[in-house]
Write a protein that binds this ligand. Sequence first.
Ligand SMILES: Cc1ncc(COP(=O)(O)O)c(C=O)c1O
Length: 396
Amino acid sequence: MCKGIKSKFYLHFFKFRACLFQPIFLKQSLDKREAQNALRKLSLNSGMIDFCSNDYLGFAKSLELKSAIEKEYNSISTPSNGSGGSRLLAGHTLFVEQLENKIASFHAASAGLIYNSGYDANVGLFSAIGQKGSTIIYDELIHASVHDGIKLSSATAFMFKHNDVTHLEERLKIAEGIVYVAVESIYSMDGDDAPLKEICKLCKKYNANLIVDEAHATGVTINGGKGRVQEYALEQEVFARVHTFGKALGCHGAIILGTELLRNYLINYSRSFIYTTALPLHSLVAIQESYRLLENAQTKIDALHELVSYFKNGLKQASPISFVESQSPIQCLLISGNEAVKKLAQVLQANNLDIRPILSPTVPKGKERLRVCLHSFNTISEINQLFKVLHELTNI
Ligand SMILES: Cc1ncc(COP(=O)(O)O)c(C=O)c1O
């Protein structure tokens, strides 16, 4: 047998053999997803017009940021490819401690603790604070990472209807023990705002601790990207804030902001902080330089908000599709049903517009959507191109 045919034969043989030894539920579960038109697949970024990424300010692809990171990283003489361990062992450095202080001070918080991702931060926070006898009340649209943190906690958990403060108050009335309320300042899949001021008032009234996930507000809010909590001067009212670095900041990781007491508690009890290798120096330098760039990014933030207004005004004229009311760069067009929303996304993609369908079960059945993310680097003509295709598709 020639070499090529032989290696193909072995490849098929091993694939076949591997299949035989897989638990049957793997295939059954995937078949079920396929039947629901909800099978998740990885797809490569194809150079289409970006209406999809969370890179709201273009930092992830910024040459200015790339060279600032390289310059700073190269100026550090000790080689550091990896951190060498958990923060509690070899992975702790003066650099990360100083960075935490700088970010905490940028966000007007007393202390901060960096995690390897926003997912880790939420899982580590909620699993650690959710002691037996305490209660966590969460908005029904809260991110999966908060759900996972709650699952790992010993607390009692109640959901309240999305942004419904009356329902939240009903929940607060029956909550027992130490009470936490979990919201996102800007919701990831809807792009709308939490009524933070009212929620804060209620938390004060019922002596509850408010936790705000600022993932999609970081770098985006009009106050230099410091987030909604600072925009409304609520720093003192909030128990903890989570800011992530993987969205507008264009890099990776997250920080939990709060008191020094909370920081020390998390260092002792937050398992996703303790039992993992710390971020390497290169990632920390990237976070530092990204925050530096953010300090001079007001023009970009203003441009982003102008595009959001342009989009919101034009969309109503371009298409009768209903949308989720939102002031943020996340604008969602509701198209019921996985098949329908997938088809529409395919047409948009065929027109060079990178817009992804958000399917159930990621969002509730019937609330499937096209999630359009706007960026400071998008242009009016790109948005007009999107309107044109939507108009042709929906005004027949
Ligand atoms: C609201 C919210 N919180 C947390 C996360 C997790 O952050 P990261 O991507 O840094 O893990 C995300 C990301 O999808 C998010 O949208």
